[in-house]
Design a binder for this molecule. Structure first.
Ligand code: HEM
Length: 520
């Protein structure tokens, strides 16, 4: 009897499959040998099962074990995690010609957005033209023209919090959406968070985030599927239908602004300056429409999530709240709400904006980049096509820059004479890296900073925020860490707190201010 299997056709196929698998594993091993260090994964599947939800915590723990740059293999797709300012600054700022690309999102970027969404675009000529137009609209000087809108929205937010404090989360969502919608499309403030336009754009953003999620669509793993005929690919058919509808919607929003401009009935807004400068900016109608729509999507949920973080910080750090209120009371007094004229005299509130963004970054893993070429960093190979993820959470908690990193302490951004430290550190000039890096740093950071400043100042002028008390008279301390991960944006898990008015005079002043705003 022979123990050597006979080489019939079935055994030949098995042998062939085994050889291919071994070759593939060897190829992967050879390829990954010079990658940055990282946890050992499974053959073929790599580290896919080691990347949990809220993965910024895991990546930050791995920093201790593997260092400032880590590599993972996600079913053959290399992923590089940047854990320190030094490595992020070197790659994303200094080598921006290699690292300004985004990973390819076929469903989200190419089918649902038709290659028109600035956030998902590769650094092509189209991205450059859109980016320039976005910069013109929201650079520091240009953002100042949105200050009246932001002051008005801050008063509205305070009014809503006085009238219905328990619904603070909805008020934050409405307020952020309204403020950015007015800035982008010059619309009147929206009354409800489920406003028609807000809902439409948010639904589109949710669809994009869902589509970009790893594993949501097979076409991301097998890109050739993109070319399947429509009758064979329901997902593609539906994606294209959404794209057509969204494009029509954005074009309608823009043409509506154009019509209001003709009748002299349009407030200055981003869309109106886009239309004024469209030919200079060399944007087609489709491009201009998508740029305005994407900007609303990029700015609304992010800003609202930061307001949630602010409330959590105030609930956990009453001393910080009182220090801020003392500053505001000294500068503003009891008879009017704070406004942007107070900006320079409120350095503690400016520092608070930085600290809220640092303490709980609402995009803890930034927005992914992609290596456009093979590259080497400190002897490690970063392969072309690798997804590059800046671990913003870890950087904002760098113990060398922020020794007590888990504490909410705005004072870290003040100098000895109590003024704001304009450049906190060469590695994190803004004091944090929550707005991203290099050529793709957030286009709306000036608008966002302004909005946070005026909202914090007005809320703290009018309101006290305290821990709620339960039925047994005990304080309800919200979790410092529990959060909701919405795909890219993360915000604190729901919590209760007590929001009360600081004085009756404040109510009267807010009511008067609202009346004046309505008249205007
Ligand atoms: C506090 C609120 C905000 C945060 C935390 C935030 C954060 C970010 C981050 C992390 C990125 C990716 C940067 C990178 O790749 O390095 C980004 C991109 C972007 N943000 Fe913001 N953002 C906020 C508000 C806004 C606002 C209000 C606007 C619009 C007025 C805006 C418009 C954009 C745009 C257009 C991009 C894409 C830039 C590109 O890919 O070239 N963001 N933002």
């Amino acid at each position: 009897m022979s123990f050597i299997p006979t080489l019939d056709i079935a055994n030949l196929i098995k042998l062939f499959a085994l050889a291919i698998t071994l070759l593939y594993i060897y190829h992967l091993y050879y390829q990954t040998k010079h990658w940055p260090p990282g946890p050992r994964g499974l053959p073929i599947l790599g580290n896919i099962f080691q990347v949990p939800r809220f993965s910024w915590y895991t990546f930050t723990n791995w920093k201790v074990q593997y260092g400032s740059i880590i590599s993972l293999n996600i079913v053959g797709q290399p992923m590089i995690i940047l854990n320190t300012h030094k490595v992020a600054s070197e790659l994303l700022n200094r080598r921006s010609q290699i690292y300004s690309d985004r990973p390819r999102f076929i469903m989200a970027g190419e089918i649902l957005s038709g290659g028109l969404n600035i956030i998902l675009l590769s650094p092509t000529d189209r991205w450059r033209r859109m980016r320039r137009a976005g910069h013109e609209g929201f650079k520091a000087r240009a953002s100042e023209k949105y200050r009246p809108i932001q002051e008005l929205e801050a008063t509205r937010l305070v009014t809503n919090l006085i009238n219905d404090p328990e619904n603070w989360s909805n008020h934050f969502n409405r307020s952020a959406a309204s403020s950015i919608l007015c800035s982008v499309y010059g619309r009147d403030p929206i009354e409800r968070k489920d406003d028609y336009i807000v809902e439409k754009i948010n639904t589109m953003m949710d669809r994009l985030v869902h589509a970009a999620f790893p594993g949501a669509y097979l076409v991301e793993i097998f890109p050739r599927m993109k070319h399947l005929p429509l009758w064979m690919a329901k997902w593609k058919r539906e994606g294209q239908e959404h794209f057509t509808k969204d494009t029509n919607m954005f074009e309608r929003f823009l043409s509506d602004v154009g019509e209001r401009m003709l009748t002299g009935n349009c407030k200055p807004c981003f869309a109106s300056s886009l239309l004024d400068n469209q030919s200079k900016a060399k944007l087609t109608n489709e491009e201009a429409s998508w740029l305005a729509g994407a900007i609303f999507g990029a700015g609304s949920e992010t800003t609202s999530s930061v307001l949630h973080v602010f409330l959590l910080a105030m609930t956990l750090y009453p001393d910080v709240m009182r220090t801020a209120q003392t500053e505001i009371d000294g500068v503003v007094g009891p008879d009017r709400l704070p406004n942007f004229g107070d900006f320079d005299q409120l350095p503690y509130i400016q520092a608070m904006v930085k600290e809220v963004l640092r303490w709980r970054p609402v995009i803890p893993l930034g927005f992914p980049r992609c290596a456009a070429e093979n590259d080497f960093y400190e002897g490690y190979h970063i392969p072309r096509g690798a997804i590059v993820v800046p671990n913003v959470w870890a950087m904002n908690r760098d113990p060398d820059l922020y020794p007590d990193y888990d504490e909410f302490r705005p004072g870290r951004f003040l100098n000895d004479s109590g003024g704001i430290n304009q450049v906190f550190s060469d590695l994190a000039p803004l004091g944090h890296v929550t707005f991203g890096f290099g050529k793709r740093i957030c286009s709306g950071l000036n608008l966002a900073n302004q909005s946070l400043f005026i909202n914090f100042a007005c809320m703290l002028w009018a309101l006290n925020i305290e821990q709620a008390i339960d039925n047994e008279g005990k304080r309800i301390v919200p979790s410092r860490t529990a959060c909701i991960d919405r795909g890219i944006v993360a915000k604190p898990a729901p919590f209760v707190c007590n929001i009360t008015i600081r004085s009756n005079n404040a109510i009267a002043t807010v009511v008067e201010q609202m009346k004046a705003d309505k008249k205007a």
